[in-house]
Write a protein that binds this ligand. Structure first.
Ligand SMILES: *[C@@H]1O[C@H](CO)[C@@H](O)[C@H](O)[C@H]1NC(C)=O
Ligand SMILES: *[C@@H]1O[C@H](CO)[C@@H](O)[C@H](O)[C@H]1NC(C)=O
Ligand SMILES: *[C@@H]1O[C@H](CO)[C@@H](O)[C@H](O)[C@H]1NC(C)=O
Length: 370
């Protein structure tokens, strides 16, 4: 039931069916290497099929772009051409005009101009425009970049998903991503760490006793700054320069203490404010935006990181994200005793839970749930 090199999953088990006629047609017409040779048919396997993970060297069994084409609603929402990252090359007078009237994280209203321009001038190479390394060698003629995004939800405790998580090409983590002691459940690999300076420092304070004593570090790791505030631009600039933060609430902080000793611009990525606005409007347009809390509402860090992966990778699995049965699990996987999930007015986790469920049903993300 398997055509070597083409269909990654044994027929049936993963709902993937190879079709030679389609394949030949695509061979003739496809100019885009991401076009696909397995006909996607249906939703993800329900729980029970989770023993089969992504294996390297296999082609994309469930490409996101094809699932989007086949889904009227989400196909119309996703814009895979929108720039995910902001860098110097995108800074035009028009962008300045537009963003300077919009408050953070969607724009620059209230953020000193100097903080923005001095930071962006350091993000001036092509590596600042792309999340994934250009050196990523496509395996075989049709690349499939598989990403795992690991949230910190209690559903991961005792899950044994670590090996499958680490088998992805890239692993995204965020905020209080405790690894030591939880390797079997959450894996050990980290390619990207997403955060705002506020959420990173709160995690280091609040979860220190539970094992979050340092942000993931390592050669080749990349940091995704979410620009929720002036302090994010100032920390990013200091991180690239490798100097102590000169001003603001983080004054005196040494960025190397967070991000490790090796410093260069390519290590730090900045989410585009306009991308955050697009994500909020299209995917997480919460009814909170009609209330007094509209000024503090924004998608959660986890939501921004997962949606970033969905606009970057060919296939995305989400682990440790909120599910409909969240009440069965502790707030985080690293808590010793079960603690209920806390809902704050600045995020809309119920709306996020609905979004992940619907994206899973549509075959666009593979959401770990049980
Ligand atoms: C998608 O984003 C690009 C770049 O911002 C834009 O030019 C294009 O109009 C967008 N497409 C749709 C359908 O909105
Ligand atoms: C980027 O900016 C740095 C510092 O201003 C400069 O040394 C470097 O040559 C610039 N690189 C490019 C590709 O323009
Ligand atoms: C967001 O939802 C509100 C209703 O709550 C609606 O009026 C508005 O048009 C929506 N915005 C977008 C961008 O879809």
């Amino acid at each position: 039931g398997r055509i070597p090199g083409f269909c990654a999953a044994p027929v049936g088990r993963m709902g993937c069916r190879c079709c030679w006629a389609l394949w030949l047609l695509l061979l003739l017409t496809a100019t885009c290497a991401r076009l696909l040779f397995c006909w996607y048919s249906g939703a993800w396997p329900e729980s029970g099929a989770w023993t089969s993970g992504p294996a390297r060297q296999e082609a994309c069994p469930r490409p996101l772009a094809l699932a989007l084409q086949q889904h009227a609603h989400f196909g119309g929402l996703f814009n895979l051409s929108i720039p995910v990252l902001l860098w110097d090359g995108l800074l035009t007078p028009e962008l300045w005009d537009r963003l300077s009237h919009v408050k953070a994280p969607y724009g620059w209203h209230g953020v000193p101009r100097e903080a923005i321009t001095s930071t962006l001038s350091l993000l001036n190479g092509s590596e600042s425009a792309e999340l994934l390394a250009e050196s990523h060698e496509p395996r075989g003629p049709w690349p499939c970049i598989r990403c795992a995004v690991v949230g910190n939800g209690g559903i991961l405790k005792g899950s044994g998903q670590g090996r499958l998580i680490d088998a992805h090409d890239y692993v995204f983590r965020l905020n209080g991503a405790v690894i030591k002691g939880f390797e079997d459940d959450v894996g050990t690999k980290t390619s990207f760490y997403g955060f705002t300076v506020n959420t990173m420092k709160n995690s280091l304070i609040n979860y220190r006793d539970l094992g979050f004593t340092s942000v993931p570090q390592g050669q080749g790791m990349r940091y995704i700054f979410i620009p929720s505030n002036t302090r994010d631009y100032v920390m990013l600039r200091s991180a690239i320069l490798g100097v102590p933060v000169p001003e603001g609430p983080d004054k005196g902080d040494l960025p190397q203490a967070y991000f490790g000793p090796d410093v260069h611009a390519g290590k730090f990525k900045l989410l585009h404010p306009n991308f955050i606005l697009y994500l909020t409007e299209k995917f997480l347009n919460s009814s909170v935006l009609n209330t007094y809390a509209q000024d503090i509402y924004m998608p959660s860090t986890g939501a921004l990181v997962l949606l970033t992966a969905l606009h970057t990778c060919d296939q995305v699995s989400a682990y440790g994200f909120i599910t409909k049965n969240y009440w069965k699990f502790s707030n985080h996987y690293f808590e010793r005793r079960k603690e209920p999930l806390k809902f704050y007015i600045n995020h809309d986790l119920r709306l996020e839970a609905t979004l992940w469920r619907d994206l899973h049903k549509a075959g666009i993300v593979q959401l770990y749930q049980h």
